[in-house]
Design a protein around this ligand. Structure first.
Ligand code: ZN
Length: 458
């Protein structure tokens, strides 16, 4: 793209600012609360209309719950293809009284658009619709083929996404997946996320007497709360290493490039300690760096324990049941079914075969190779659009279903957020930064022409 053409596209975005926002507001005014099936088809229809309006061939594809809005721009078999993902569903807006302006009546204040679904994820989807419009309006075409997949179930855990992708592999296959969700760095510098952790979430249950007993019977009746504590004690020691046999066997070590990239993530550990209100971090297995561990280390976390009497005052009781919820976050190489099997075997071998393990919420970890040739192109585009140096995150601490792209579709996946860290997604007064919205479009019109060149050269 010549500098002159780039300037023309930027001018087009600037000249159409108000209209872009008006159209976005129509999208934001339509509630689409997936968890209680409110306005889902209406919103899918509205989104499809916005996509068709810029020449994206669009259809609504049903799933067992909420529809997926699928769109295409096909430039023929030789053109590289990018799959753009996003979600049009939103979280419930309650508690309504904590909103400064009504959640489905978007309003601009202090450089931000306020409303439910602004940053999460409607404005960050709409960025790509306007990217297409701007590229077409100025250059007469788009530089590569596009596929768009906007789901309506992200806020309820994407139950239909993996099955939908499994049966539509050919339809969705692309050179890479690219999408915007989450937020830029606190400093305002844009970021690129290359991976999410996986997850095994289990509930452990120890059982004792048929019903709660008077605690004088502790001389003879076993206490399941102790039993559970002893069992949990075998999972991890004070050294913070997970003691489940074979737990780390398949952890793929970081590449040198990943290590170097993590070392470049700005961090002030003292500020973080103050923020959490703690004296020091737990020891790392390999290294002590905060981001090194956040990105590269799996966890075994007790998310909650409950047994017996925990109310005010005292009650001398010997509980009949004790439960703990445990979330295990996985890193690349680890597989959820394997880790669950290892956990069960571990409990068995340690003499805790009686502890019931109920599992759910399996997520496979995802990781896009850091030496992927598209990465430098994305970095360059963000740098130019924001005028700030991007930060690359080889992974993050959060878990999510990006494996549907990296493992089922077997294509690289780049997450490029444009909201700010104070977006308050899922909370009252959710907002999308205006500058972030327009920088997102400015990034889009830069990154796709560059990717077209770059992927063709492959
Ligand atoms: Zn969300």
């Amino acid at each position: 793209m010549t500098e002159n053409l780039q300037a023309k596209i930027d001018a087009y975005i600037e000249d159409n600012r108000e209209r872009f926002l008006e159209e976005l507001f129509t999208f934001l005014r339509q509630p689409s609360i997936s968890t209680r099936n409110e306005g889902m088809h209406e919103c899918a229809d509205l989104l499809a209309g916005l996509m068709r309006g810029v020449g994206i061939e669009t259809r609504i594809m049903e799933t067992p719950r909420h529809p997926i809005v699928y769109g295409e721009i096909d430039k023929g078999p030789d053109a590289p293809t990018v799959l753009v993902y996003g979600h049009y569903d939103v979280q419930p807006p309650e508690p309504l009284e904590l909103w400064t302006s009504p959640p489905f009546e978007p309003e601009i204040r202090n450089g931000k658009i306020y409303g439910r679904g602004t940053s999460d994820n409607k404005a960050q989807i709409f960025i790509y619709i306007k990217t297409i419009e701007a590229l077409r309006a100025v250059t007469g075409d788009v530089p590569l083929s596009f596929k768009f997949m906007f789901e309506g179930e992200e806020e309820i855990g994407s139950p239909s996404l993996a099955p939908f992708i499994e049966v539509n592999k050919d339809l969705l296959k692309a050179d890479l997946t690219y999408y915007s969700d989450s937020h830029v760095h606190e400093s305002g510098r844009p970021i690129i996320i290359l991976g999410l952790k996986g997850m095994v979430y289990v509930e452990l249950t120890a059982r004792g007497a048929r019903i709660d007993q008077h605690s004088m019977r502790a001389t003879g009746v076993p206490n399941p709360a102790w039993r559970l504590v002893w069992a949990l004690n075998t999972l991890k020691g004070p050294d913070n290493k997970v003691a489940i046999e074979g737990f780390y066997d398949d952890v793929r070590p970081l590449t040198n490039m990943e290590r170097e990239t993590i070392a470049k993530i700005p961090v002030d550990e003292q500020t973080l300690l103050d923020f959490f209100g703690i004296e020091k971090f737990v020891p790392g297995r390999v290294e002590d760096g905060y981001y090194y561990n956040l990105i590269s280390e799996p966890t075994c976390n007790i998310a909650g324990i409950v047994s017996g009497y925990t109310g005010e005052g005292s009650k001398t009781v010997l509980p009949s049941v004790a439960k703990a919820k445990v979330d295990i976050r996985l890193v690349p190489g680890q597989r959820p079914e394997d880790i669950l099997a290892k956990l069960k075997r571990h409990l068995e071998n340690a003499g805790f075969g009686d502890i019931e393990v109920e599992g759910g919420n399996f997520l496979i970890p995802s990781r896009t190779p850091i030496d992927h040739p598209a990465l430098p192109v994305i970095i360059e585009s963000l740098q130019e659009a924001y005028g700030l140096e991007p930060i690359v995150f080889p992974g993050i601490g959060g878990a999510g279903p990006n494996y549907v792209f990296t493992d089922i579709l077997e294509q690289a996946c780049f997450v490029v957020p444009h909201a700010t860290h104070d977006q308050a997604n899922h909370a009252p007064d959710e907002s999308m930064d205006l500058a972030g919205f327009f920088n997102g479009i400015r990034t889009g019109v830069r990154v796709f022409p560059r990717l077209a060149q770059n992927l063709k050269a492959e």
